[in-house]
Design a protein around this ligand. Structure first.
Ligand SMILES: C[S@@+](CC[C@H](N)C(=O)[O-])C[C@H]1O[C@@H](n2cnc3c(N)ncnc32)[C@H](O)[C@@H]1O
Length: 189
């Protein structure tokens, strides 16, 4: 069965094909508040240009466009990207699988990977490849999936960690800003 917990690429593509907003990102107060928090934390890093990995239907992309004139993003689902282009018309959005994306060819100030690293099999390899694209990485992971990232994550160094929760809705997540190892911070956090 394909539902919001689908973790295969085929399942995710089918999910986006069947449902306009599989995770209720547009209607949930929790998700909206979480996006606002992510944008607030993003502003603690250089953010003139931003790349969003796994942007889905563009709910967060739309908000990132309020703080940067150079937002790009991709998702493995063409249905999701079609919706994201409508929601965030100023962003440069395209269909791509992270496993095939050439991170080193896209230099940006900040990468945003919100609720997407769970789906990536080759996490360490992907984190290494991301380091070729940016000095800063913003991640967001839901606690109930039991998949929060460790505090040490090569080749990234944790510079800010914020817990975001809405107890009434039993929702928690961890928002983290990472700096590539060996980089002198440009911004105090
Ligand atoms: C839970 S949604 C999160 C959407 C958005 N980042 C947010 O925080 O609202 C996860 C998204 O990651 C995308 N995704 C998962 N694996 C991917 C991959 N290997 N390459 C590109 N996108 C991927 C899915 O299609 C889905 O849209």
């Amino acid at each position: 069965m394909v539902n919001r917990w689908s973790f295969t690429k085929k399942g995710l593509r089918k999910l986006h094909q069947e449902k306009a907003d599989p995770w209720h990102l547009g209607s949930s107060r929790y998700e909206q508040d979480k996006f606002d928090k992510l944008v607030e934390v993003a502003q603690g890093a250089p953010h003139a240009s931003i790349l969003e990995v796994g942007c889905g239907g563009g709910h967060l992309t739309e908000k990132l466009c309020t703080i940067s004139n150079e937002v790009s993003g991709f998702d493995l689902s063409s249905d999701a990207i079609e919706r994201a282009r409508i929601r965030a018309p100023l962003a440069d959005l395209f269909v791509r699988d992270s496993d095939e994306f050439d991170y080193a060819a896209h230099r940006v100030d900040l990468i945003v990977a919100s609720e997407v690293l769970y789906y990536i099999d080759q996490k360490q390899q992907t984190l290494n490849r991301m380091a070729g694209c940016s000095d800063y990485l913003l991640t967001c992971e839901a606690w109930f999936l039991g998949a929060t990232l460790p505090r040490r994550m090569e080749p990234w160094k944790l510079v800010k960690s914020v817990s975001f929760s809405r107890f009434k809705q039993l929702r928690w997540c961890s928002i983290r800003l990472w700096q590539r190892n060996g980089v002198t911070p440009a911004f105090a956090t």
